[in-house]
Ligand binder design. Structure first.
Ligand SMILES: [Zn+2]
Length: 472
């Protein structure tokens, strides 16, 4: 026999037909609203007028002029002559010092320029003791609590032909690395007129092709003097939008960041393994900050994060900084052309070899400089990233308990907790928690998400995120 449905169950069925879709709709819109609210700090971060102006003022024509001038010295090999006023690395050094000094005149006394010179003993690519000079332009921060906090942007002005120890061959180095050097000089020109809470150092180093010698000296000096280097960017080979693979891409810049720190001690490695922190080093947080800030201020450019210290088995001037525990990343064009790097200038089988200015894309370099400048400005205007961020492990719980030290800036507004799924490359969510030094994220397990904390000032400037260490 079949059972006849009771009037009550009919009513129930009918109301389900109405209620369920309504509930579903409500659930969907609630989820959308939650998502919207959580994403808000990412989506609606206002653009700072000062950073917008800096980005606008970067001029690719100045970058082109600098590159052509650097190429005109014939060679900038670190072993080349230092006394000829027209050819060799000495002429390039003196010209750069003069140009940075002119820029400093626009800074109202806040920028100073020095030649950081040292004698490099014999080394693998240095047959005789050689004087090496970095040009260092320091734009002092204007907030006393932040002036010690330092951000460095660098390019290397030395160059090489096929042989790194050939001091006399033509080595135009238009891309490697007049492009990075010219970008740094242009950033200095634009940014010297503006005030920042923290200090920015614009640097042109030598001895890169001889084994990262200039940057090693600079990093070691910073370590010995206890300089608080909160970020270092090297711009190396940012000159061309056309790769040797034939791919033209004028809208991508690669940012290389290491996950496992070069400076990691064995006990730190144990902690990293225990918390799954291999994707959350300070350089990786810096790369995420660059991605977010680049998207906001230079939408024409795509920051392509590469989760590597540098290109495959290769190196650059950020490495000596990483080895000393300073967060550092490398900017490089998306597709390199090896016919135009470290090559004697020549034509072979109708192919032009050599690092010549005709292969540079000056507008592209301008855009890479804009991404750099926006990020440096954003970092130097923002509070310091929170220090001593701890994740409490005193209780086993599905909540996440975070604490940190109070920032010292007088214009601090408060802090935000950021988080993401463990497989997400970037922070996806943020929540303002006020001016406090601890917070419990209820119902969200530290097992299932990565968390970070960042500081926000009253103008809405946000620091990079700090990844917590376990606290027992
Ligand atoms: Zn280089």
């Amino acid at each position: 026999m079949t059972r006849k449905p009771s009037p009550f169950s009919k009513l129930l069925t009918a109301s389900f037909l109405i209620v369920i879709p309504t509930l579903l709709l409500l659930a969907v819109s609630a989820t959308a609203q939650t998502r919207e609210a959580r994403r808000k700090p990412f989506a609606t971060s206002a653009r700072q007028p000062q950073i917008v102006r800096i980005v606008q003022e970067i001029d690719a024509r100045n970058i082109e002029k600098t590159i052509r001038k650097l190429v005109s010295f014939g060679t900038r090999n670190t072993l080349s002559t230092q006394s000829d006023p027209n050819r060799g690395i000495g002429a390039a050094r003196d010209w750069l010092f003069t140009e940075f000094s002119k820029v400093a005149e626009q800074s109202g006394g806040r920028m100073t320029v020095e030649k950081q010179t040292f004698e490099q003993p014999k080394a693998a690519r240095v047959p005789e003791p050689t004087m090496i000079t970095n040009i260092v332009a320091t734009l002092k921060g204007t907030q006393p609590e932040s002036a010690g906090r330092t951000y460095i942007v660098s390019g290397h002005y030395d160059s090489m032909c096929t042989s790194p120890t050939n001091a006399t061959c033509d080595a135009p180095g238009a891309n490697d690395d007049a492009s990075g050097t010219a970008a740094v000089l242009e950033m200095a020109r634009v940014m010297a007129k503006y005030k920042f809470d923290a200090t920015i150092i614009f640097m042109a180093v030598a001895g890169e092709e001889q084994g990262l010698l200039g940057s090693t000296y600079a990093a070691e000096q910073a370590r010995q003097k206890g300089v608080d280097v909160e970020a270092m960017f090297t711009n190396d080979i940012i000159g061309s939008s056309l790769g040797g693979n034939g791919v033209r891409d004028a809208h991508t810049v690669r940012v290389f960041s290491e996950g496992v720190p070069s400076s990691e001690k064995p006990e730190e490695a144990n902690v990293r393994r225990g918390v799954g922190g291999e994707n959350d080093s300070a350089p990786r947080q810096l790369a995420r900050f660059i991605k977010e800030t680049g998207d906001r201020y230079v939408p024409a450019m795509r920051v392509m994060m590469v989760y590597r210290r540098d290109r495959y088995l290769r190196g650059g001037d950020h490495i000596p900084f990483l080895e000393r525990g300073f967060p550092a990343v490398r900017f490089t064009e998306p597709n390199e052309d090896y016919r135009h790097q470290h090559q004697n200038v020549r034509i072979e089988n109708e192919v032009q070899y050599g690092d010549l200015p005709q292969f540079d894309d000056f507008n592209y370099i301008g855009n890479v400089a804009r991404v750099n400048a926006a990020c440096l400005a954003a970092l130097a205007l923002a509070p310091a990233r929170p220090k001593n961020v701890g994740l409490l492990t005193t209780r086993l719980t599905n909540d996440t308990d975070l604490k940190w030290d109070a920032n010292q800036e007088p214009d601090l507004a408060g802090y935000e907790i950021v988080w993401r799924d463990t497989t997400s490359p970037v922070w996806t969510n943020a929540r303002a928690v006020g001016n406090v030094t601890s917070f419990t994220v209820k119902g969200m397990s530290k097992d299932n998400y990565f968390f970070g904390v960042r500081a926000v000032d009253k103008q809405g400037n946000r620091s990079a995120a700090s990844f917590p260490h376990p606290v027992r």
